[in-house]
Design a protein around this ligand. Structure first.
Ligand SMILES: Cc1ncc(COP(=O)(O)O)c(C=O)c1O
Length: 393
């Protein structure tokens, strides 16, 4: 009997699908254990290490025995640092009860959606969009209503498209700027327009701003600045992407006090609290954020140029240069394969690991996503392998 298939799950258990890129990573690791040499572009992680100053703060905090349970809202000192950073960067000062620290920004997608949206209700987001939104909605029996975007217009859309999708069941709109997987950055005008639509129809906005410090063209505009996160905007952010601290699992949300209170209670129910010594060190990251982020930003911007000029040489693919984050969505339909088939072929026959676009929604199915936060050497070798894969498809 197949070991994976002999238990009967609850209906909820049946609906759990996870994140497709982690499944690919597991498969790639298995191939590597069998001696295959692979170049990894599948997961949204950096080749760079986190700031050593932050590591030092963590070990000092550990030495000071800041290693016990802490508040489910997050450490008071880190929440003060978040409050200060929001004031400096966005010009409004959230109250402390408007701030919660969580184990990464990923669980916040589950927390926010499950707290605000009932089964059978609807959430509007772009197609393609980050995989967790879809996985969470599937799990909670919430309908994802999609606004299609594609590389031909830089994955942009007219906010009026959102309004056309609103029904009596719509509860929330997701904004993710810059976007994973597309790299699109929404303009201030578009975000203000989306906010007006949300207000008119009394909807919430989940503004996932995890890549807000990695914008190469244009500028970040936070939906939170419009209502100061007092009415309908919940901003999520974290330490994974701006500081290459993906393994730390620290994120935070800013929103209306009663929603933040529920998030803290849900987080308390599931994980109790985020390790306090990690939170101490996150204060160091936030305090010197401009200095630290500059290093990552400069490197990714340089790599973006390298990867785009290499990809341009490949005849059978199409893409648009991303404005932010560190991903490129590559349309592989001219190879005669869809993203799933091409990703499998590229990994197994050419040793280059990409994330199939289908996990990001129906609109992603002709794409593979490439994370270019990698060494220039790997990017050059990986693009050559990608080229070979397109020629031998
Ligand atoms: C759009 C988006 N939101 C949230 C997350 C989760 O980040 P974290 O590592 O903070 O959980 C990611 C990670 O890839 C992401 O791309």
């Amino acid at each position: 009997m197949n070991k994976l298939n002999h238990h009967t799950f609850s209906d909820f258990g049946e609906r759990i699908v996870g994140q497709s890129m982690f499944a690919i990573l597991d498969k790639a690791k298995e191939l590597e254990r069998n001696g295959k040499h692979l170049i990894h572009f599948e997961i949204g992680d950096s080749h760079l290490e986190m700031p050593p100053e932050v590591k030092k703060s963590a070990s000092l905090a550990m030495k000071s025995n800041h290693t016990h349970y802490g508040s489910s809202f997050g450490e008071h000192s880190l929440r003060l640092a978040i409050q200060k950073a929001v004031k400096e960067d966005f010009g409004f000062k959230p109250s402390l009860p408007q701030i919660v620290v969580t184990s990464g920004a990923n669980p916040l997608i589950y927390y926010v959606i499950s707290i605000l949206v009932n089964p059978g209700e609807e959430v509007i987001l772009t197609d393609p969009s980050f995989v967790t939104y879809n996985a969470v909605m599937n799990m909670l029996k919430i309908k994802d209503v999609r606004v299609k975007v594609n590389h031909k217009n830089n994955f942009r859309f007219d906010p009026k498209e959102i309004e056309k999708k609103i029904t009596s069941k719509t509860r929330l709109i997701v904004i993710n700027s810059p976007s994973n997987p597309t790299g699109a950055v929404y303009s201030k005008k578009d975000i203000v327009e989306i906010y007006k639509i949300a207000k008119k129809h009394n909807l919430y906005i989940l503004s996932d701003e995890i890549y807000s410090q990695l914008i190469y063209e244009g500028a970040h505009f936070s939906a939170g600045t419009i209502d100061h996160c007092l009415e309908r905007v919940i901003v999520t952010n974290g330490f994974s992407k701006p500081f290459a601290m993906t393994g730390w699992r620290v994120g935070y949300a800013i929103g209306p006090e009663d929603i933040i209170n529920k998030i803290a209670l849900l987080s308390q129910t599931i994980i109790s609290c985020v390790p306090p010594f990690l939170q101490d060190a996150c204060i160091t990251a936030l305090t010197d954020r401009k200095k630290f982020v500059k290093r990552y930003f400069t490197e990714y911007k340089k790599l973006r140029e390298i990867v785009c000029s290499e990809l341009k040489k490949i005849k059978k693919i199409e893409f648009s240069k991303p404005d932010g984050a560190f991903y490129i969505m590559i349309d592989v339909s001219k190879t005669g394969m869809n993203g799933d088939g091409f990703a499998k072929h590229a990994m197994e026959n050419h040793g280059v690991v990409l994330c199939p676009g289908s996990g990001f929604g129906e609109g992603g199915k002709n794409y593979v996503r490439m994370c270019y936060a990698n060494t220039a050497k790997n990017l050059l070798e990986g693009c050559q392998r990608l080229h070979n894969a397109t020629e031998n498809a």
